[in-house]
Design a protein around this ligand. Structure first.
Ligand code: 13P
Length: 255
């Protein structure tokens, strides 16, 4: 199966940066050499614009970084899944650790968001991951599986197919520190096992499970060697069009 690489732009970029990204990306990318599924998660203010400027590239999937579970309402500052559909956005990241830590996204809210998106045929990139303290206390597996089960509460077999899971250890995000590939392998296998237990057992193999946290062109190969991994969620290495294009080329090669 093709690997998947999604860039997360977080709260970076203005209109002119986006135009520069696009031209650098298109100069660097050799489409014939791209053997991965890919996309970018864009700040909400630019979603419609980015969908529009990439309208001639059917391969790039445009994601939001969060979406509300209500169709509409008095939720100042939020965007709804209905608005994503309106702008032809492909899906959204849900439960990123920065949202959990800084915006108090609870497991219950994350679950409601996953339910709303997956029922509406929007792709969900559900983030799970332990903190440094939890890692040091060797409770990563139970933390991650607990987050996963809570986020998928009441999500049915038919809807879970729209869910991509991203394992992002909080301590690896933006730090330049990455876990050992075997540590990532262990967690991804536990995630797959849990999915097999909760759903049609075949889904454990077929569901996409990404790794995220300080992935770049230098370390991506170490993770590509893992059979368990479906791809990557990438922050800072997705900000420059040429860097992102390089990652896409590397991600499509057999490690
Ligand atoms: P970095 O790749 O910058 O560590 O960010 C990872 C991340 O949070 C992607 O969602």
């Amino acid at each position: 199966m093709k690997k998947m690489i999604i860039g997360n732009w977080k709260m970076y970029k203005t209109t002119s940066d986006i135009n520069i990204f696009k031209s650098e990306f298109e100069m660097a990318i050799d489409s014939a050499n791209i053997n991965v599924e890919y996309g970018i998660a864009v700040p909400s203010i630019y979603l419609c614009k980015v969908v529009d400027i990439f309208r001639n590239n059917k391969n790039i999937k445009i994601y939001a970084q969060d979406a509300h579970y209500k169709e509409e309402g008095a939720y100042t500052g939020n965007i709804s899944y209905k608005q994503l559909l309106d702008c032809n956005v492909y899906g959204s990241i849900i439960g990123h650790s920065e949202r959990r830590a800084m915006f108090n996204d609870t497991d219950e809210e994350i679950n409601k968001k996953v339910l709303a998106l997956s029922r509406n045929d929007l792709s969900t990139i559900l983030c799970v991951g332990e903190t440094l303290l939890e890692y040091q206390n060797k409770i990563s597996v139970s933390i991650v599986i607990n987050q996963l089960k809570k986020a998928l509460n009441s999500v049915m077999d038919n809807d879970v197919k729209n869910v991509i899971i991203a394992y992002e250890p909080v301590w690896a995000i933006g730090t330049g520190i990455v876990p050992k590939p075997e540590e990532v392998d262990l967690i991804i296998k536990e995630i797959r096992k849990t999915i097999s237990e909760l759903y049609n057992p075949k889904f454990g193999n077929s569901i996409k499970v990404l790794y995220g946290g300080s992935v770049n062109a230098k370390n991506i190969n170490d993770f590509l060697k893992l059979n368990s991994i479906s791809g990557f969620l990438v922050g800072s290495a997705s900000l420059k069009g040429s860097d992102f294009a390089e990652l896409l080329e590397l991600g499509g090669k057999d490690a």
